[in-house]
Design a protein around this ligand. Structure first.
Ligand code: GCO
Length: 451
């Protein structure tokens, strides 16, 4: 039997996001956001649900944070809904919104839990979308104002600041595949959104440094390594390279190395994609020094060349490994390789896994328990990979499970359950799943047995 150990200062937590848990979509002066608009358009959400109520965290945060304390969580990651603070995106500030997040932060402090606050986890005020959203470069100014307000209001009440969550999803799923709000289908627009997102990130970090706060700041990127389905087929090898460049390097290189991957831009130009205009000073602004690298990872990409797929001529396929209910392959060894790749490519001084976890078809059994043994197995395998990476010098200092409670899983709605706490959406009752009990023990002991 193998014992997996973590250093004493390694921090375990969970992650959540505003639109996915808060509900109270029209309360206390909150403005409309793009997920509210998008999820109310029939056909956009697989199970026809929306985030109007979700886990009702807006009203249950005290009870939920008490539960987090009981489990011994060391960090609680959550995000701010921009439209709760600025109902119109800019201009008028909504006091009730400011108060709500302050109350959450105070509650966390009083319970001895560190706060990790994501500034943008996808709920853009609709009023800003009406002006072009992330495709309009003016958003750099809008976002900076919003971030400055949060820094001033919450300063050191927050331990870890995350500027953006997964700019890959915001741009690619929002502006190209259209699976996410606002639902466009234009890769050139998506690429412009990438540039504006990264400029917004850099500009916020620059403002943060001016305030001399003690808290730390970083960005969360979702990365996966891409493997050719057939490593002897040069077309698959090239296709996998392109997928990895657009998923990892397109974001990691500008932020951590100050330049976009030229090979990718050259390829995209050949495909008639419009490359965003890069002004003097843009790359310096984007590559502000950061305190940590936030990584979200759930699976690996296996790639086949496919001429039909514009603009990358590549397709993600299954490799035959076991899958979660999100249909994502379980790839702990590839996660270990990814962590080493980040160490070697970007050399961050500190890395936090700001999300990893699994969706399973959980149910309440006759004893009232949720015996999510598949999720425990998933966590065991991924944490084993993380501990191996730590031993090999990857500076991973924290690991947050996605997700604290079951919640609104974007285009999949409420039916896809990622939580370590089960939520009965009719009664809003919480049931601590077996995985949460398991994690709680790991947090206390900083070790677990593999077999
Ligand atoms: C993301 C987001 C989360 C998701 C989670 C599961 O990675 O897409 O940060 O909001 O809910 O990853 O899909």
């Amino acid at each position: 039997m193998k014992t997996i150990k973590f250093p004493n200062n390694f921090e375990f937590g969970t992650a959540t996001a505003s639109y996915q848990i808060e509900g109270a979509a029209r309360e206390d002066g909150k403005g409309e956001d793009i997920w509210q608009r998008f999820s109310h358009i029939p056909g956009n959400i697989t199970d026809g649900t929306n985030g109007d109520t979700a886990c009702d965290f807006y009203h249950t945060y005290k009870e939920d944070i008490r539960l987090a304390k009981e489990l011994g969580l060391e960090v609680f990651r959550f995000s701010v809904n921009w439209a709760r603070i600025y109902p119109d995106g800019i201009g008028r500030i909504n006091k009730a919104g400011i108060e709500f997040y302050r109350n959450v932060l105070i509650e966390l402090k009083e319970n001895g839990i560190k706060a990790c606050m994501t500034i943008y986890h996808w709920d853009l005020p609709q009023k800003l979308q009406d002006k072009g959203g992330w495709s309009n470069r003016e958003i750099v100014g809008w976002f900076t104002e919003y971030a400055k307000t949060l820094f001033k209001e919450y300063g050191d009440l927050v331990d870890y600041w995350i500027t953006l969550n997964e700019p890959w999803c915001v741009s690619t799923l929002g502006y190209w595949t259209g699976e996410h709000a606002p639902g466009y289908h234009d890769y050139s627009m998506a690429l412009q959104a990438v540039h504006n997102l990264l400029l917004s990130h850099g500009s916020a970090v620059k403002e943060f440094r001016k305030l001399g706060l003690k808290s730390e700041i970083g960005i969360t990127l979702n990365m996966n390594l891409a493997y050719p389905l057939d490593k002897d087929d040069p077309r698959d090898v090239e296709a996998a390279k392109r997928i990895q460049l657009q998923q990892n390097n397109l974001f990691g290189d500008p932020v951590w190395k100050g330049g976009y991957p030229e090979e990718l831009f050259a390829y995209l130009k050949e495909q008639d994609v419009v490359i965003p205009e890069i002004l003097d000073g843009d790359m310096e602004l984007i590559s502000q020094p950061l305190d940590f690298f936030g990584l979200n990872t759930y699976y690996a990409e296996f790639v086949k060349a496919d001429e039909e797929q514009w603009p990358f001529h590549a397709k993600a396929v299954k490799s035959g490994k076991p899958r979660t209910d999100a249909d994502w392959e379980v790839c702990p060894d590839e996660a270990y390789e990814l962590l080493c790749w980040i160490r070697d490519t970007y050399k961050p001084a500190k890395l936090i896994i700001t999300e990893n976890g699994a969706a399973f078809n959980d149910w309440i059994d006759s004893e009232g328990k949720v015996q999510d043994t598949d999720r425990i197995e998933y966590l065991k395998q991924y944490l084993e990979a993380v501990s191996r990476a730590v031993e090999d010098g990857v500076p991973v200092m924290g690991y947050y499970v996605w997700c604290f409670t079951d919640n609104f899983e974007w285009a999949w709605g409420l039916s896809r359950r990622f939580g370590i706490i089960y939520v009965d959406y009719d009664s809003q009752k919480r049931i601590t799943k077996e995985s949460a009990k398991w994690l709680s023990k790991v947090i206390k002991e900083k070790e677990y047995n593999m077999a």
